[in-house]
Design a protein around this ligand. Structure first.
Ligand SMILES: *[C@@H]1O[C@H](CO)[C@@H](O)[C@H](O)[C@H]1NC(C)=O
Ligand SMILES: *[C@@H]1O[C@H](CO)[C@@H](O)[C@H](O)[C@H]1NC(C)=O
Ligand SMILES: *[C@@H]1O[C@H](CO)[C@@H](O)[C@H](O)[C@H]1NC(C)=O
Ligand SMILES: *[C@@H]1O[C@H](CO)[C@@H](O)[C@H](O)[C@H]1NC(C)=O
Ligand SMILES: *[C@@H]1O[C@H](CO)[C@@H](O)[C@H](O)[C@H]1NC(C)=O
Ligand SMILES: *[C@@H]1O[C@H](CO)[C@@H](O)[C@H](O)[C@H]1NC(C)=O
Ligand SMILES: *[C@@H]1O[C@H](CO)[C@@H](O)[C@H](O)[C@H]1NC(C)=O
Ligand SMILES: *[C@@H]1O[C@H](CO)[C@@H](O)[C@H](O)[C@H]1NC(C)=O
Length: 811
């Protein structure tokens, strides 16, 4: 095989020098790789647990436990927070029996029954030796027996995991129930006298956000660092194996983003955008009925959900929970499975519907462009129900369309294991062609491995910090969630504006929620609360910078709450647009913007389709402890940037507190995107695009808050489009395009021919100019018998990802 020359070593060299070269040995990179793989496997184990529960597969659920695994359900057993008796069972047979008995006839198997298991927002803390872990999850189950009986149960998991024999298992599943009820009346607090305690956290603020990678921990303070130990039994993988396994993680990130990103288009019925994510012969399969292949067939299925776009009073919300991604060993196909819940409504007609589906999507890598695409969206319906009637009686779909239970592929763990690397696998064919560099030393290959590993650990670390933030804000721990921010970070306080620095963030929270001039966490306010607001930060789309040190995060805010009264708590939906950075060995929040609320329920009983229009002056209802809502704003600190800043007029119009007129559900508020279409690279069709900079106030109001003004890279906002055309028999013009304000300049372009796996460099190579183009001279194209397509690689720059295009044979 011929090797390819590139001159793009400068960027990776500068990254390499930032990290102690001793840390970039095979041994420490192997350890760090295994740490990232471990965190993913732990999440997959927990997600698989929830997925199995939906089909009553108790035996397989019990198999997810260690041999002496323990399941504790409820409080009690001398626990100081005891409000109910705990069940505690040990060992797989006992756990299986307990699970079966606890579900009763609400097992998801009996016709008409339902056992929906929502669980997400993981905060996983891996021990320093990498052999055990703890994880906090938020959870909610919706159950029914098909004969009218229903249960709703919500709470928090604080679990423990152990690795043995190359597999992660649950060693302790510990569930703390917080609220419960039934469909008819809704839920209420479970605590003593209707008050709820704070569920103990397995992590401290000092630990929050600590990077997974030992290679990145050198900058932690002495104190934080002192307890960190290396894995006791180090293994060493080869450079080839490291490259392969890191690429595997990177591919998984792309697939997860695509599936999650697709969901947001579905919510808004952006049908052309949904279709653009498919292959040209893609399909949608519902209950084994596969649509005709191609855009028209996909459109026909989508049209059944309704016309393109949302009009007044239409809700088409489809939050996605617990996605597990499995990329094939050759990195050409992938499966993504999880739970999708439809919150459907027409407020004009006052009708709402629940839709519970498991999905099992197939994706393929488009080898011409290097991007993942959807091949088949596959849904299995668990149950559909009218909001008014509920899910207790088996729902509204004919029983014949629900049985037999879904045939899902085996539940597997996705962590790569030894010897999976296909012999012919080479990094060059993957997304990141800059990997293969001919005279490149082991040192520079390892520096690349480190950089690509950092991109995937950035994904998990961002999800993790996002979850930590979610749990702290649920408990209204102002000072703690403020300190998850960078010293130069900022956060939007909905309805008001952005506050800069953790101190201001904390003070603004305390003055809003506790009406006090103090940044301290106030346990007396939070330890026994009459209500808790739950922020489900779900369905992340995480775009990571070239160097892995910064990330842009979109995540849903699916909000509900609990209180002393049944039926008082409904649902609300909003969106977070965040950025995170690696700072001093911790993944910290850089920027938080919250767009809320797009829709809401009046209360549980009335649902989202029975909401009367509100006047634009009425402040939104919030679940606050003992707080009158009407005086809230008078206590707020003046923000550093107001929602009404002139530069943000267009961005914030319609949101509560932004420039009027406020758009309140059942009105339909504009939805914003910080990234481009993840397949085509196009900006959203209605121009609701804000980024880069992905930080909302940075455009116009506070350019000095932007990542790039602070020594960080701005993550690319989408794929890089590479096209090429013949100018003459001897010249090819290549055009490279990112998003607005994302210049391709300086990135290197190279042409290659692929003779059945034998790679040959072709013609000149060179850097893209300021106009996004480069003309390359091709010497003697005839010699190559140019019926073979020419592959055009763009190696990326600080703004843009690498990209790939194809040019047909010569003129
Ligand atoms: C619950 O309420 C009763 C009656 O008001 C009171 O005596 C008791 O102390 C309360 N318990 C707790 C744990 O607050
Ligand atoms: C997640 O956060 C916890 C606590 O905030 C921290 O201990 C842990 O190292 C983080 N783990 C990952 C995967 O980032
Ligand atoms: C550690 O800090 C130094 C100096 O602040 C910085 O140059 C370097 O990039 C940091 N390294 C890491 C791994 O964060
Ligand atoms: C933190 O620990 C690493 C090794 O795990 C070491 O290289 C580094 O110097 C330590 N940093 C500090 C500030 O102690
Ligand atoms: C879709 O097209 C690809 C490429 O032509 C082909 O390999 C694949 O079998 C087709 N898949 C389906 C489901 O038709
Ligand atoms: C769906 O197809 C599979 C085989 O592809 C079959 O085993 C299963 O019974 C079918 N399910 C339904 C609901 O028809
Ligand atoms: C809070 O109190 C301190 C000390 O009394 C005072 O200096 C500070 O200005 C106050 N902050 C606000 C926002 O009122
Ligand atoms: C829910 O809202 C409806 C309509 O405003 C009202 O009639 C009902 O009493 C409310 N239910 C609860 C439990 O608050």
């Amino acid at each position: 095989m011929m090797k390819i020359t590139t001159v793009l070593l400068a960027l990776s060299a500068s990254i390499a020098s930032a990290v102690d070269p001793d840390l970039l040995g095979l041994e420490s990179l192997t350890q760090d790789l295994i740490r990232v793989e471990s965190v993913r496997e732990i999440k997959n184990v927990q997600r698989t647990y929830a997925q199995l529960a939906q089909h009553g597969r108790w035996n397989e659920m019990a198999d997810l436990f260690t041999e002496n695994g323990i399941l504790r359900w409820g409080r009690g057993n001398g626990d100081i927070l005891s409000t109910s008796d705990a069940s505690s069972v040990t060992g797989r047979p006992a756990i299986e029996a307990w699970l079966r008995q606890e579900a009763g006839d609400m097992d998801g198997v009996k016709p008409g029954s339902l056992h929906v298991f929502m669980s997400d927002m993981p905060v996983i803390t891996l021990s320093d030796d990498g052999n055990t872990a703890k994880g906090r999850w938020t959870a909610l189950r919706k159950l029914g027996n098909g004969n009218g009986a229903t249960r709703i149960e919500g709470g928090i998991f604080e679990n423990e995991y152990a690795s043995g024999g190359g597999k992660w298992k649950i060693s302790l599943l510990r569930y703390y129930p917080l609220y419960a009820g039934n469909y008819e009346k809704g839920w209420k607090n479970l605590g003593v006298n209707g008050s709820l305690p704070v569920i103990p956290y397995h992590y401290t603020l000092e630990q929050a956000g600590v990077t997974l990678l030992h290679t990145e921990r050198a900058n932690l303070s002495q104190q934080e660092n002192s307890t960190l130990n290396r894995r006791s039994t180090p293994a060493k993988l080869s450079v080839d194996e490291l490259e392969y396994r890191v690429a595997h993680l990177n591919e998984e990130d792309e697939v997860r983003n695509l599936v999650h990103g697709m969901g947001y288009y579905v919510d808004r019925r952006m049908w052309p955008d949904v279709i653009s994510l498919f292959t040209s012969n893609g399909t949608i399969t519902v209950q084994n009925n596969t649509s005709p292949a191609g855009p028209a067939g996909i459109q026909s299925v989508l049209s059944r959900m309704g016309p393109e776009g949302l009009s007044h009073g239409i809700l088409n919300e489809h939050p996605i929970f617990g996605t597990v991604v499995n990329v094939s060993p050759d990195h050409k196909t992938a499966i993504a499975r999880g739970l999708e819940i439809g919150l459907i409504g027409d407020a004009n007609a006052r009708i709402g519907q629940w839709q519970f589906c498991v999905f099992h999507h197939s994706l393929v890598k488009d080898l011409d462009t290097g991007t993942w695409k959807i091949q088949d969206l596959r849904y299995h319906r668990l149950l559909f129900a009218d909001y008014a009637g509920g899910w207790g009686n088996g729902g509204i779909l004919p029983a014949s369309s629900l049985a037999p239970p879904p045939v899902l592929s085996p539940y597997y763990h996705s962590s790569p294991t030894e010897n999976r690397r296909p012999a012919q696998w080479r990094p060059f064919f993957k997304r990141y062609p800059e990997w293969e560099e001919p005279e490149e030393s082991t040192t520079s290959r390892l520096a690349n491995v480190h950089r690509f590993l950092l991109r995937s650990s950035a994904y998990d670390e961002s999800e993790n910090t996002s979850g930590s933030y979610g749990f702290y804000i649920d408990d209204i721990r102002c000072s703690d969630f403020a300190k998850l921010h960078s010293d130069r970070g900022h956060k939007l306080s909905p309805g008001i504006g952005w506050y800069y620095t953790p101190d201001a963030i904390s003070l603004s929270c305390a003055s809003r929620y506790y009406r006090q001039n103090s940044t301290a966490y106030n346990p007396s306010m939070a330890s026994l609360r009459s209500s808790v607001p739950f922020h489900w930060r779900l369905q992340p789309v995480i775009l990571v910078s070239r160097d892995g040190r910064s990330a842009t995060l979109r995540t849903r805010n699916l909000q509900t709450g609990t209180s002393r009264t049944q039926g008082g708590n409904g649902w609300m939906g909003g969106m977070y647009h965040d950025q995170l950075v690696l700072e001093g060995g911790k993944r910290k929040l850089w920027s938080i913007t919250i767009d809320e609320f797009y829709w809401n329920s009046r209360n549980w009983t009335a649902g989202w389709a029975n909401v009367a229009p509100v006047s634009s002056t009425t402040p939104p209802k919030r679940w606050l402890t003992n707080k009158p809502t009407n005086k809230r704003q008078s206590n707020d600190l003046p923000p550093d940037v107001s929602l009404r800043h002139p530069a943000l007029l267009e961005r914030e119009t319609g949101f509560n507190g932004g420039p009027p007129p406020t758009v309140s559900w059942p009105g339909v508020q504009r939805m914003w995107w910080a990234y481009r279409n993840l397949v085509t690279g196009a900006i959203p069709s209605d121009n609701s695009y804000w980024g880069p900079p992905g930080c909302v106030p940075c455009r116009g109001a506070k350019p000095e808050w932007a990542l790039t003004a602070n020594g960080y890279q701005e993550p690319p906002s989408g794929p890089t489009a590479v096209t090429a055309k013949w100018l003459s028999g001897a010249e090819i013009e290549v055009t490279v395009r990112g998003g607005p304000e994302e210049s391709a300049e300086g990135g290197w372009v190279q042409l290659v021919l692929d003779f059945a796996g034998e790679i040959t460099k072709f013609g000149q190579e060179g850097p893209v100019g300021a106009d996004g183009k480069v003309v390359l001279l091709v010497r003697g194209p005839g010699a190559f018998g140019t019926t073979i397509p020419i592959q055009v690689y763009y190696f990326g720059n600080e703004n843009l990802k690498p990209g790939k295009g194809i040019l047909g044979g010569s003129t």
